[in-house]
Design a binder for this molecule. Structure first.
Ligand SMILES: Nc1ncnc2c1ncn2[C@@H]1O[C@H](COP(=O)(O)OP(=O)(O)OP(=O)(O)O)[C@@H](O)[C@H]1O
Length: 226
């Protein structure tokens, strides 16, 4: 579950104009929401906030049922972040690590046994169509392959919340649809999913409520936007 109550966020000083203003919405556990709005509206900033890369300047925010404030201690933030899967627009892979080692990172951070890690990584790489790429350094991948690696890394530890910033924009349409179906399935199984996109055909494929941002403010919420 994620809940924002009158949340604003300033990138800079206290008197600067907020990048996000007075946002209020709730996404229940297992809910799927599109995050829509024009370029520069604040979609990535909002995803970053929910991923705890920054904290609200004002208002209240609950992530996976935990209230998060400027006073929340770092170890608690780190533990909470481990329960979130994030697909960044620019992938943020470790270029010198292999595909398999990139995807294994969330499991290694949580000290899973190496045997389990190997099995889970092989299975998920096959699923995203990268079974033959396990040993290749991430820096040698195409854009679409990097994006699929980033998606695999975001979901391998079965997070309670998945935040995805245009997670299919480097993919061919059929692949994008397949991955979207997978995100829908994860939400049906109880994972909360919030996905930013500019791709209207994708939004039409999965009719779910949308959070619509405009200049950092919520223009529409919890309504189907075609
Ligand atoms: N690193 C930064 N430093 C300063 N301003 C930034 C930075 N990143 C983004 N901004 C500004 O913050 C605002 C929100 O940007 P954000 O990237 O969150 O929008 P977006 O809706 O995700 O856009 P897009 O659809 O193009 O990815 C914009 O006005 C942008 O110019």
């Amino acid at each position: 579950m994620i809940q924002l109550d009158n949340v604003s966020w300033r990138r800079g000083r206290k008197d600067s104009i907020p990048t996000l203003s007075h946002l209020s919405f709730t996404v229940p556990q297992g809910g799927f929401r599109w995050l829509l709005g024009p370029s520069g509206a604040g979609k990535s900033s909002l995803l970053g906030l929910m991923h705890l890369e920054s904290l609200p300047s004002d208002g209240r925010m609950q992530v996976l049922g935990h209230e998060v404030t400027l006073h929340t201690r770092r170890p608690a933030l780190v533990r909470l972040r481990q329960r979130i899967g994030m697909v960044h627009q620019d992938f943020r892979l470790m270029p010198d690590l292999s595909v398999a080692d990139n995807v294994a990172l969330p499991l290694r951070l949580q000290h899973y046994p190496e045997e389990t890690i190997q099995a889970e990584v092989s299975a998920i790489l096959r699923w995203v169509g990268l079974g033959g790429h396990a040993g290749i350094p991430a820096s040698h991948l195409s854009g679409g392959e990097q994006q699929r690696t980033a998606i695999a890394r975001a979901i391998i530890h079965r997070p309670g919340l998945i935040l995805a910033d245009e997670p299919t924009n480097a993919l061919e349409e059929s692949q994008a649809h397949r991955l979207l179906d997978m995100f829908a399935e994860l939400s049906a199984l109880g994972t909360t999913v919030i996905m930013a996109t500019h791709n209207e055909s994708l939004v039409r494929r999965l009719e779910r409520p949308a959070l619509y941002l405009e200049r950092g403010q919520m223009a529409q919420t919890a309504e189907w936007v075609a």
